[in-house]
Design a protein around this ligand. Structure first.
Ligand code: SF4
Length: 367
């Protein structure tokens, strides 16, 4: 039986944003001070109810836009988490540049925020406007400089590619600009157009698959030339700056999630909070529990770990499920190693260089 432990990793979802980006389908609502006060009260109730361990390794405050809270709300949020974050090794908060102030940066530093993730997306003002973003590239640089002046230098930038009408030159300019801002970590995601987004409703089309593949190939080739190791399919870091929290997801650790829109996993149980703020305010303790079968969990563990360049520890798989990977995926595993899509080396199972970028087809073969 897979052990159910108290998670050492906590995700907190802040469901407010300044505006709604045209490609976004995350759980969020436009910031309103009174609603944010109500949400904080509900969150306090949930945090007190959940048995969060006092020695968390990481906390990740995402959203939404955590920095859209006003200063006293931000302080209250961080004070709610403070009893659990005394021994923390990485404390991340997502920030959008246009909502950051000196006072907020000071509060973040005071409460030990050690890592910031900023949505940069792209360098062109007209493209940012098309995406429904409310900042410029200069705002991103100013936010980074402000954070650095408060001692927070571990900054990750999110970039998007395969945007409508984006050219390779535009992508190159975005990457060059982002690199010139000296981040420690970069995440690059291709645009997916979901039906329920502004883009989806307007019928906006993404770029064709070949151009998207060329862009991804350019990204994977260029960033390592600047010292950024590609340690996960979409993530690149300077040495010592891989995301500890996100690695916990990819290595299939248990994690707790609080607030509306958040999920958690403890052993063979996954739970989801409602994504509706209204429902969360009515009952912040309610979650939908999804029991996982051992087979589901085994597949999920492989699926998440193979996103990492280093792959999955075979020993950890065996310890977690009481069965070796070879036995659990007998027949399929041999097929994938014979066709050079999976390999085992030094106790790790990983994709080969060619198959890593077509992970979905490897996973379909394992299913
Ligand atoms: S992309 Fe981020 S900032 Fe934009 S609406 Fe979605 S959660 Fe909010």
């Amino acid at each position: 039986m897979i052990p159910r432990n108290k998670p050492e990793y906590l995700y907190v979802h802040v469901p407010f944003c300044k505006g709604i980006c045209h490609y976004c389908d995350f759980a969020h609502t436009v910031y309103d001070q009174a609603r944010a006060d109500q949400w904080l009260n509900a969150l306090e109730k949930e945090i007190l109810y959940r048995e969060i361990r006092p020695d968390l390794k990481t906390v990740y405050i995402g959203g939404g836009t955590p920095s859209s809270l006003n200063e006293s709300q931000l302080e209250k949020l961080l004070s709610l988490i403070a009893p659990y974050s005394r021994h923390i090794c990485e404390y991340t908060m997502e920030v959008n540049p246009e909502t950051l102030t000196k006072a907020k940066a000071q509060i973040m530093a005071d409460y030990g925020i050690s890592r910031i993730s900023i949505g940069f997306q792209c360098a062109q003002p007209e493209m940012l406007a098309k995406l429904g973003r409310h900042h410029t590239k200069e705002d991103v640089l100013n936010a980074m400089e402000l954070l650095r002046s408060y001692g927070i230098d571990n900054i990750s930038l999110d970039l998007m590619y395969s945007l409508p009408q984006q050219t390779m030159d535009m992508l190159k300019e975005s990457i060059d600009t982002a690199l010139s801002y000296r981040p420690k970590h970069l995440s690059l995601y291709s645009l997916t157009i979901e039906e329920n987004t502004v883009f989806g409703k307007r019928g906006v089309q993404p770029l064709d698959e070949d151009t998207e593949a060329d862009m991804y190939e350019y990204i994977c080739r260029t960033l390592p030339q600047h010292g950024f190791e590609q340690y996960e399919i979409s993530n690149f870091a300077l040495e010592g700056f891989q995301s500890v929290h996100n690695r916990a997801y990819w290595t299939y650790r248990d994690f707790a999630g609080v607030s509306c829109g958040a999920s958690g996993k403890e052993g063979l149980l996954r739970y989801d909070h409602t994504s509706s703020l209204k429902e969360y305010l009515q009952d912040p303790l309610k979650t939908s529990d999804i029991p996982l079968s051992k087979e589901d969990a085994m597949f999920e563990m492989v699926m998440m770990n193979l996103r990492l360049k280093e792959g999955m520890s075979l020993d950890l798989f065996q310890k977690t499920f009481g069965i070796s990977f070879e036995e659990a995926f007998h027949g399929k595993y041999e097929q994938l190693t014979d066709s050079a899509q999976l390999c085992m080396e030094n106790g790790m199972l990983r994709c080969t260089e060619q198959s890593w970028h077509i992970l979905n087809s490897v996973l379909s073969a394992l299913l």
